[in-house]
Write a protein that binds this ligand. Structure first.
Ligand SMILES: Nc1ncnc2c1ncn2[C@@H]1O[C@H](COP(=O)(O)OP(=O)(O)O)[C@@H](O)[C@H]1O
Ligand SMILES: [Mg+2]
Length: 287
C-alpha cells in the first residue's frame, strides 16, 4: 500500500503539521537515536489496547517510518488476527521467549508497507507458567539486539498483569494507556498504578506515561467522571487523548486492514493521527 498524503493533510491542524514534518525528518535520519518502545497497557480487556497499538503503528508506517508491532496477547482477537487473518506462522513471540528463535526471525512484513509484526497465538500463554529464566528482561534484550532498523516499536499487551506484561513493561521506554471510561473501574485503576510503580521501582526506573487514551468516551456517566478525576490524580503529567466511539474501528479487524487505510476519513482515524503526531513531536523535543 502506498503511503497516503491523506493521513497528513486532512486530519492534522496546521500547527501540528508544522511540528510533525521536522520531527519525522529527524527520526528518519537518526533511527537509533530516536527509537522508542511504547508499551500499550491496561489489565482490563476491551480498553482499546489493540485498536490503539495497530492504528498508531499503521499511521506511523503511512508516514514513512519502519514500525515493529509486537503482539504480546495470546488471545485470538489480537493484533495478529487483525493483520494476518488466517495466516499462521511458526516463528512467533513465544519462540523468542523459549529461545527457539530471535525476535528478528519472528518479525514479519504485514500487508502494509513499513508495518512489521511479531505475531502471537494462544500458545504464547505458556510463557506465563513456564518459569523460564530471564523472562523479565528477555524482550528488552531482544529489542536492543535487533538488527532491524525500526524507527519505533509498539507492544500490544494482554489484559492481565502476569509475566508477559511485566516483560513488556520492562521492555518499554514509555507507556500508552488506553482506557474505556465506561468499562473501567476505580479498583482497576489502582491496580494498574501499583503495578507500574512496582516495575518502575524494581526493574525500569525510566518508565513514563506518554499518553492516556480515552477510547469510546461518551463522557456522560458519573463513573466516567470519577475515572477522569482519578486519572488526573494518578497521572497528572500524562497528556490525554480522546478517541470517539467508532463503528469503523469495530469493523476494521474483520477486513484485515488497519483503520488508516480501511477508513482514512473516519473521525476516529483523525483522533488517532493527532495522538500519533503528538507522540513523535514530543519524542524528538525530549532528545
Ligand atoms: N473508539 C472505539 N469505538 C468503538 N469501538 C472500539 C473503539 N476502540 C476499540 N473498540 C472496540 O472495542 C473492543 C475492544 O477493543 P480492543 O482494542 O480489542 O481492546 P483491548 O485490546 O484493550 O482488549 C473491540 O471490539 C474494538 O473493536
Ligand atoms: Mg487486545
Amino acid at each position: 500500500m502506498a503511503p497516503s498524503p491523506l493521513a497528513f493533510q486532512e486530519h492534522l491542524p496546521p500547527d501540528v503539521l508544522k511540528q510533525l514534518r521536522p520531527a519525522l525528518e529527524a527520526i528518519k535520519s537518526s533511527p537509533k537515536l530516536f527509537h522508542t518502545t511504547y508499551g500499550v497497557v491496561n489489565q482490563k480487556g476491551g480498553a482499546g489496547k489493540t485498536a490503539t497499538a495497530v492504528t498508531v503503528a499503521a499511521i506511523w508506517a503511512l508516514w514513512g517510518l519502519l514500525i515493529r508491532l509486537i503482539d504480546s496477547d495470546p488471545q485470538m482477537s489480537s493484533a495478529t488476527y487483525w493483520l494476518l487473518q488466517e495466516l499462521i506462522l511458526e516463528l512467533t513471540l513465544r519462540g523468542m521467549y523459549f529461545g527457539e528463535c530471535t525476535l528478528d526471525q519472528a518479525t514479519v512484513q504485514t500487508s502494509m508497507e513499513g508495518l512489521l509484526l511479531v505475531p502471537s497465538y494462544e500458545n504464547l500463554a505458556q510463557v506465563e507458567y513456564a518459569q523460564l529464566p530471564d523472562t523479565n528482561i528477555a524482550l528488552r534484550g531482544a529489542i536492543a539486539d535487533s538488527a532491524i532498523p525500526a524507527h519505533m516499536s509498539l507492544i500490544d499487551c494482554r489484559p492481565s498483569l502476569g509475566a508477559l506484561t511485566a516483560s513488556a513493561l520492562v521492555a518499554s521506554d514509555q507507556l500508552i494507556i488506553p482506557l474505556n471510561p465506561s468499562g473501567m473501574d476505580l479498583p482497576g485503576l489502582v491496580e494498574l498504578s501499583k503495578t507500574r510503580a512496582v516495575i518502575k521501582k524494581r526493574l525500569n526506573p525510566g518508565l513514563s506515561v506518554a499518553a492516556l487514551v480515552l477510547t469510546q468516551d461518551t463522557g456522560q456517566t458519573t463513573l466516567a467522571g470519577k475515572i477522569r478525576e482519578q486519572l488526573a490524580v494518578d497521572y497528572p503529567d500524562a497528556p490525554r487523548f480522546r478517541i470517539p466511539p467508532s463503528v469503523r474501528i469495530r469493523e476494521a479487524p474483520l477486513t484485515g486492514e488497519p483503520l488508516p487505510t480501511f477508513a482514512p476519513r473516519s473521525t476516529a482515524n483523525g483522533a488517532y493521527a493527532l495522538l500519533a503526531a503528538d507522540l513523535l513531536i514530543r519524542r524528538v523535543a525530549a532528545a
